[in-house]
Design a protein around this ligand. Sequence first.
Ligand code: DC
Length: 226
Amino acid sequence: MSEKIVVAIDGPAGSGKSTVAKKLAERMKCLYLDTGAMYRAVTYCSLENGIVDNAEAVGDLAARIDLHLQFENGITRVFVDGEEVTEKIRSAEVNSNVSEVAVIAKVREELVRQQREFGKKGSLIAEGRDMTTVVFPDADVKVYLTASIETRAIRRYKEYVAKNIEITIEEVRANIEKRDRIDSSRETSPLMQAEDAILFDNTSFTVEEDVEKLYIIIKEKVSTKV
Ligand code: DC
């Protein structure tokens, strides 16, 4: 790729954003930014420090900690002040609290700043809830990835089963619905489809089909730059 390209992908939990964005980044040999991992890391630290219910303290923590993301071999490794928290940020406890943390304006302000800094490094695929609307409004390609609630719940449930985490499909679905509700109705940067974003519903697609179709869409959109 000769010129810098930014692909911004937003969508609800379980829409497959991370899986698809990672594969696209590998295929296009560009950077991958998992912004959900950043909100998760702040949530994990807030839980560890017993301050998750104190918005002001969580905001201060977000500005204070040294957050580092490292994408290698298909995995985003996450470090906070040098400690690896890659696995810890995927716990059920973090899942249940992350949307409330992501509502805090000071947390968003700080993480959006860091995400834009990351975007200066080179071509990238960035995924989250406000990539197309707030963080990279001038992205070359904007995608709103989604799938039916049933499909999204099954995907997440399978991830838990693979990790031997005991949970029912009903609990997974309830958690996703709660997060969808909070993420879409919050005042600061709610999850929504940007006017100029391509709506991509992958309910009946495999990951490989998603990647192939999106790769073609991206190539067409940026053909003058690639
Ligand atoms: O994509 P994920 O499940 O790892 O995201 C975790 C939470 O972080 C999600 O419920 C909402 C929040 N989030 C956000 O508010 N803005 C982003 N850009 C990314 C994630």
